[in-house]
Design a protein around this ligand. Structure first.
Ligand code: ATP
Length: 355
């Protein structure tokens, strides 16, 4: 297995820059997920690591060795695509063994590698089938099997589950995690799905507009998002935000909204009284309680089965609340809410985390 170092990577297509200088050190055996909205440059970064795209500036090192000028086949990396990219005229077994046959491995080695991977992925009964006779999930398993038999230094996944239905995606997600637990192979996984990122990653790299916004464990990003983008992107339903001015009085701080309503804030450094700020709180952290300081009007109830998402208006500001309490409140009802200070996130006028 291998470490992968990305140093000052820039990429432009013609005059159009898509990556503005990315630095990232991926440790041996680590599972790193690149996540971000469509167009943020995550696939381009992955394709450069694979050697499928040239870098405009910067270096990529695999186990310390610069690979910028190495052809994809010489990087010893396996890529699993969303489209599976299987050879339609070959059986599952032949698809899986293709790279080893190219390398002229012995028959015994090939047979043992294929049967080992097939057993891991539950593909034994399917080895003689052609890809068209497989379901989407089975095809994706074959694509992973083909990557595993090569015993590459690292695995790169480009949205591998995007073509699967929600149930199968959940199942395959757990299988990929289990497989990584078994193989401990350095893996880089691209997705726009924050749940996939949260559940799979040792570390998440959140990207936006060709710039890395934050690198950290899933809980780092959830508990201490570095900026408004990460705060809004990670978590579902998304974080609630209130914009206003930060007002300090003694040990206390409040946020004064444009309509003169004040919300409780927290005393943090890096901001002066009177400066613009945004306050954030996750829907699952808003507390519904009779003695709550804020009064809200229920606009809409979305039951999820697991709990309910309540859309509430507080002083003309929309707020989402997630609660496990299934006691149904009807639209139009009044609720009292608390925003616990220790659950508040504060961001400065530029959207950077405070405190
Ligand atoms: P998605 O999830 O939609 O694939 P992404 O974050 O992976 O998005 P990229 O595919 O890396 O984004 O694309 C980043 C930007 O680069 C986009 O604006 C895209 O249009 C542009 N781009 C990608 N490939 C090329 C290319 N070959 N030529 C020109 N522009 C490109």
């Amino acid at each position: 297995m291998a470490s992968i170092d990305i140093e000052g990577i820039r990429k432009s297509f013609g005059a159009f820059p898509v990556l503005h200088g990315v630095d990232l050190a991926i440790r041996d055996g680590e599972f790193v997920v690149l996540v971000g909205p469509s167009g943020c440059g995550k696939s381009t970064l992955l394709r450069m690591i694979a050697g499928l795209e040239e870098v405009t500036a910067g270096d990529i090192r695999i186990d310390g060795k610069r690979v910028n000028d190495l052809a994809p086949k010489d990087r010893d990396i396996a890529m699993v695509f969303q489209s599976y990219a299987l050879y339609p005229h070959m059986s599952v077994a032949d698809n899986m063994s293709y790279s080893l046959r190219l390398r002229r491995s012995t028959k015994e080695k090939i047979a043992s590698a294929v049967s080992g991977a097939a057993a891991k992925l539950g593909l034994d009964p399917l080895l003689e089938r052609r890809p068209r006779a497989l379901s989407g999930g089975q095809r994706q398993r074959v694509a992973m099997g083909r990557a595993i038999v090569r015993q590459p230094k690292a695995f790169l996944f480009d949205e591998p589950l995007s073509n699967l239905d929600a149930r199968l995606r959940e199942q395959m997600r757990a299988e990929i995690k289990k497989l990584h637990g078994d193989l401990r192979a350095t893996s880089i996984y691209v997705t726009h799905d924050q749940i996939e990122a949260m559940t799979l990653a040792d570390r998440i790299v959140a990207m936006h507009g060709g710039v890395v916004q934050q690198v950290g464990t899933p809980l780092d990003l959830y508990d201490r998002p570095a900026n408004l983008f990460v705060a809004g992107f990670i978590g579902s339903p998304g974080m609630n935000f209130f914009e206003g001015r930060y007002l300090v009085s003694g040990d206390h701080a409040d946020l004064k909204l444009e309509n003169d309503v004040t919300l409780p804030a927290r005393r943090v450094g890096g901001i002066e009284s009177g400066e613009p700020a945004t306050l954030g709180i996750r829907p699952e952290h808003v507390v519904i309680t009779e003695g709550g300081a804020l009064e809200g009007r229920v606009d809409l109830i979305e039951p999820t089965g697991f709990g309910i998402i309540m859309h509430v208006t507080v002083h003309d500001v929309p707020l989402k609340v997630f609660t496990l309490n299934r006691a149904m409140l009807n639209p139009g009802a009044t609720v009292r809410l608390d925003l616990p200070r220790d659950k508040l996130h504060l961001f400065d006028g530029e959207g950077r985390r405070l405190g």
